[in-house]
Design a protein around this ligand. Structure first.
Ligand code: NAP
Length: 306
């Protein structure tokens, strides 16, 4: 029987692992399908305290994992299939195998939101992507015009990053102002390779018949006018959806699917705590995820002491 199982290895999960490991609880930490979480797909993280020059997202996550393992955390490559939280012990099925535990910390994070277009999904892996730092340097995108969709920090960060490879980056946003932080907006909007396309939505990604991205069809939502823009890649950066599906009805969620908390990091199930983006639709920062990971670990420890 495990004392603590941590589900997820982003900033929240690994911080919970450091704290529970240092409390001698020997946590079992499940990586999920994306070990290290979303931060591994980012380039330089400039706002994590303690790194005045910034830190590579992948490197930061590797260091967090090493730190947790140094104190006895057991990181296991595994994906959660289902849970039975109807009583103690808590039961998990991981890659077909049962695991029983007294406490669980859910730190499953969130995944990129899609535009919901059939053509977008048909062209995934053929020029439609959700991660500029993962795919931006691919040969097919070099010296080509590229499209980024979105108006938040992710979109402007991706657009700025892609200027290293692209001949031009069109930033397609459904409104006429960005929601991204002032410093990142300013950097993007004054870049000579970035051209914002305001008040516009992508209605189709071209060309499914050719099995590659050749452009996008746009609709201007203020005028109703339509147009086509040639590009070799579409980078979708329109936010994220929390990874809570696997819990079925076992854990309470809000209207957007984020886990509902009942004071601190407690979920509706005794012994199950939540940390990071999976329960945070507001702040969604690496450092807030780490903070709630620490809080969940302390609460799990107190639950076990009782
Ligand atoms: P976000 O802030 O939620 O922004 C999503 C953007 O996509 C918004 O501009 C939104 O438009 C647009 N959008 C949403 N659904 C759409 C749809 N169906 N079609 C077209 N456009 C759509 O998400 P994010 O940029 O991923 O950022 C999430 C959080 O992570 C934020 O707290 C952000 O500060 C943080 N973050 C920080 C950094 C950094 O500091 N380095 C980098 C990345 C992310 P509207 O504006 O009209 O709503």
């Amino acid at each position: 029987m495990e004392q603590v199982v941590i589900i997820g290895t982003g900033c929240a999960g690994l911080t919970a692992a450091i704290y529970t490991a240092r409390a001698n609880l020997s946590p079992l930490v499940l990586t999920g399908v994306m070990p290290g979480g979303l931060l591994t797909t980012t380039s330089i993280v400039e706002n994590f305290p303690g790194f005045p020059e910034g830190v590579d997202g992948f490197e930061l996550m590797q260091k967090l994992q090493k730190q947790a393992e140094r104190f006895g955390a057991r990181v296991k490559f595994g994906n959660l299939d289902s849970v039975d939280f109807s009583g103690q012990p808590l039961k998990l099925i991981v890659d077909g195998d049962p695991i029983e535990t007294r406490t669980a910390i859910v730190a499953t994070g969130s995944s990129p939101r899609s535009l919901g277009l059939a053509s977008e999904h048909a062209l995934e892996k053929f020029g439609v992507t959700y991660c500029a730092t993962c795919d931006g340097a691919l040969p097919q995108f070099r010296n080509q015009p590229l499209v980024v969709v979105g108006g938040g920090d992710s979109a402007v960060e991706e657009a700025t990053y892609l200027t290293r490879f692209a001949s031009k980056v069109y930033l397609i946003h459904r409104r006429d102002s960005l929601r991204a932080s002032a410093i990142m907006q300013e950097r993007a909007l004054k870049h000579p390779k970035i051209e914002p396309v305001w008040n516009s939505v992508v209605t189709e990604v071209l060309d499914v018949a050719k099995k590659k991205v050749t452009g996008v069809k746009l609709k201007n939502i203020s005028t109703g006018g339509t147009s086509t823009l040639d590009c070799a890649g579409v980078f979708v950066a329109i936010g994220h959806v929390p990874n809570t599906k696997v819990f079925g009805g076992a854990l309470e969620t809000d209207g957007q699917g984020y886990l509902k908390l009942h004071g601190g990091t407690r979920t509706n199930v005794p012994g199950v705590f939540a940390a990071g983006d999976v329960a945070d639709s507001v702040y969604r920062q690496a450092v807030t995820a780490a903070g709630t990971g620490c809080a969940a670990a302390i609460e799990a420890e107190r639950f076990l002491e009782k």
